[in-house]
Design a protein around this ligand. Structure first.
Ligand SMILES: [Mn+2]
Length: 357
């Protein structure tokens, strides 16, 4: 098992590479989508609340992540002692009509196939994705964590419909006609996922890249009037049943699983990690279940983090664990302190679990 760091786009620089390495990380999970691009009034840690603005503007639909761009980032990571383990999330600009079953679907399938080939050429083994129309919405922020540390949580669901031109909290068409996205059924959404996998898994296999699905965060049956896929643990089995390919895998988010109202996070993790379907793990802690929960410090919530690591170890999981998010601590560098605390805890817990070999 390896300890990883999740880099947002604006963190792809020497300062953050060194910080991650100093925290004990050997691997990198990289977000190439620039979510937080609204400018001055918006801070990088802001959570989308379900309004018409979301996180911000999607990227350039004509510009896919190139081999040269990926290779340059990889070289930078390697120079700082980090291996590139995964890319996390497609840009809505490149694949919105796969999610929406829109007129550009065929072109967007070709985009994803190209991106997977580029990852394969550069040697990035995993592509994490979130097959979600509404994405994250309705989270609140406050002094929720131990000692009044700032953390995110949820206080009830969000049903405001999604404006046209927006998907997954990003605006891909600012000139879209007024109005909102029509609701679809859960089966329609599962059908879109199944067709997506049928179209891109053969390319993923050829390229040597594993597709890893993040569960729906927050895990509610509907958000903003749109259905969700994996909002209970049992729906991860439905994903696995769509294709037996080992390239059809999971970005297993322990915090999101713990927020679900049914099932058991340990049993679910045990089953899918034993089957080799867990590509990498988001490991954070939480107290409560949707639609009322609070993120907590890693040692302080409902999840027994050591038990999670023991299950992974017993099932010979050799992939990457990253802390996902962490509460921000009261000091001059709130985000850094929160991440360093989570990573310090995980460093010790991983060493303890691995010593039992
Ligand atoms: Mn997560």
């Amino acid at each position: 098992m390896k300890l990883g760091f999740g880099f947002y786009r604006h963190m792809l620089n020497e300062e953050h590479y060194r910080f991650a390495r100093q925290c004990g990380c050997t691997h990198a999970v990289v977000h190439l989508v620039d979510y937080f691009n609204k400018g001055g009034t918006h801070t990088p840690t802001d959570q989308p609340v379900g309004d018409k603005h979301g996180w911000g503007q999607a990227g350039n639909p004509q510009k896919l992540w190139s081999v040269a761009e990926l290779a340059a980032i990889k070289a930078d990571l390697n120079r700082h002692g980090l291996e590139w383990a995964a890319v996390e999330n497609f840009d809505p600009a490149h694949w919105h009509d796969i999610l929406l079953d829109g007129p550009q679907r065929a072109a967007h399938v070709a985009n994803v196939q190209t991106i997977l080939r580029h990852l394969g050429q550069v040697g990035i083994p995993v592509m994490g994705y979130n097959f979600s129309i509404a994405g994250v919405a309705g989270r609140v922020k406050g002094a929720f964590a131990r000692g009044g540390a700032e953390a995110v949580g949820m206080d009830g669901s969000v049903d405001d419909p999604i404006p046209n031109g927006m998907v997954w909290n990003m605006v891909y068409d600012s000139a879209a006609p007024a109005g909102t996205l029509a609701p679809i059924t859960p089966d329609q959404l599962w059908d879109r996922l199944e067709r997506f996998l049928r179209d891109v898994l053969p390319v993923a296999e050829e390229a040597g890249v594993t597709l890893a699905l993040h569960p729906d965060d927050p895990p509610l049956p509907t958000v903003r009037g749109q259905p969700r896929l994996v909002y209970q643990p049992r729906f991860y089995q439905r994903l696995a049943d769509l294709s037996p390919s080992p390239r059809n895998a999971m970005e297993f988010c322990v915090g999101t699983l713990a927020e679900m109202t049914e099932g058991d996070v340990y049993e679910t993790l045990d089953r899918h990690s034993r089957a080799g379907r867990v590509a990498y793990v988001h490991l954070r802690n939480v107290r409560g279940k949707v639609p009322h929960y609070r993120e907590t410090f890693i040692d302080d919530g409902d999840v027994d983090v050591r038990r999670v690591l023991h299950i992974l170890r017993r099932n010979n999981f050799t992939g990457v664990v990253i802390p996902d998010h962490a509460p921000q601590m009261t000091c001059a560098a709130p985000w850094h302190a929160g991440m360093a605390f989570a990573l310090g805890y995980l460093t010790a817990a991983l060493a303890e679990v691995e010593a039992e070999r």
